[in-house]
Design a protein around this ligand. Structure first.
Ligand SMILES: O=C(O)CCC(=O)C(=O)O
Ligand SMILES: [Fe+2]
Length: 354
């Protein structure tokens, strides 16, 4: 019998390598999730109308600002349309991500984390594979955007390099517009001193979820909130029943986030929840996998630089005469907490609650 974990993780084949190598009819045991982690139909709310879809063609419109701030406060997740990125460009991104995962196993492996040919792009599988009792059915290639550093993308895979750089450039002003709206609503502004805390880093994933023989027993990405400020995510059109958001903080009910052609999903991360002293909510989400088709998703994560000190904005506390709800922390320590354990809901932010 083959050691699946060893083949996927240690031998750097990824789960994509596994499905290409074997004809699987059952889910290999390292991927079998305990029942409480499976997204069974009784946990899924029937209507998807609860995910706001916001037309952002007029960024300065006060109604747009209000809708964005409301959605950030209630669910912590919404979709935007008419954001200015052409549908063809979004389709080209999805195709570029598939292009990478369709490269040969050897070509993909050149980017494996720890020995990647690029310092700013690396491939890995699952999330925290050494610590997880059950693996996630996902490989991902991560890109770090360092436009001030000459040749940061020199070694990126040619099959997607241009598209990834273009996507970072197109997403950045959209992220800034949304952050501006959210921060203005907290009686603050984005200026030179805090821009680094809000969007001093930008990273992108190509998440790849291969077809899965027993999707009901597996997860693609386990329950988590993103830890950064804001994530702008591109979903693959037509692949339904993948991304789910937790409906309320305390219940085990999940809302489907449907792919809408041309739309971008926006979700609030832990850092914005902390900066706003809980006015905005980082949303817990997870990803289910499919039996018959693979899926890619492309999140762009805007976040603080690593030495930022994360704590509620003074203006928020002053204006409302309230106490901070969080212990302050340097962002690099926050990252260590998150990446040091398997995906586990909102455990990282909860560990800072006073
Ligand atoms: O695949 C998705 O739709 C979401 C992935 C995700 O949550 C993440 O990469 O943080
Ligand atoms: Fe996420």
């Amino acid at each position: 019998m083959m050691d699946v974990r060893d083949f996927v993780v240690s031998q750097e084949n990824g789960v994509k390598g596994l499905v290409d190598y074997l004809t699987l009819t059952t889910l290999p045991s390292p991927y079998i999730q305990p029942p409480q982690e499976r997204l069974t139909s009784d946990k899924i709310l029937s209507s998807s109308s609860q995910i706001p879809v916001i037309d952002v063609s007029e960024w300065t419109d006060t109604d747009v600002a209000r809708e964005i701030c409301d959605a950030a406060a209630k669910l912590g997740l919404f979709q935007i349309v008419n954001h200015g990125i052409a549908p063809e460009d979004l389709k080209a991104m999805i195709a570029a991500a598939h292009g990478f995962f369709e490269l040969s196993r050897e070509e993909r492996r050149m980017y494996w984390r720890g020995s990647s040919v690029s310092e700013t792009a690396w491939l890995t599988t699952s999330f925290s594979s050494l610590k997880e009792s059950a693996l996630e059915w996902r490989d991902f290639l991560k890109f770090e955007y360092l436009p001030t550093q000459h040749d940061f993308a020199a070694m990126w895979p040619l099959v997607c390099k241009k598209q990834v750089i273009d996507h970072f450039k197109r997403i950045k002003p959209i992220a800034k517009n949304i952050l501006n709206i959210l921060i203005n609503n907290l009686n603050s502004t984005i200026d030179e001193s805090n821009e680094k805390n809000l969007m001093g880093t930008m990273r992108m994933n190509f998440n790849y979820y291969p077809e899965c023989p027993e999707p009901n027993l597996a997860v693609g990405t386990g329950r988590h909130s993103d830890i950064n400020t804001l994530t702008l995510l591109l979903q693959e059109d037509g692949v339904l029943n993948s991304l789910y958001a937790r409906a309320t903080e305390d219940g085990d009910k999940w809302i489907h986030v449907p792919p809408i052609p041309g739309a971008i999903v926006v979700n609030i991360g832990d850092v914005l929840q902390i900066l706003s002293n809980d006015r905005y909510r980082s949303v817990e989400h997870c990803v289910a996998v499919n039996k018959l088709c693979s899926r890619v998703s492309i999140p762009v994560f805007c976040g603080p630089v690593h030495d930022s000190v994360i704590e509620p904005l003074p203006k928020v506390l002053e204006k409302n005469d309230e106490m901070t709800r969080y212990r302050k922390i340097v962002y690099s320590d926050y990252l260590k907490g998150f990446f040091g354990r398997p995906h586990d809901g909102k455990k990282t932010i909860e560990s800072l609650k006073l």
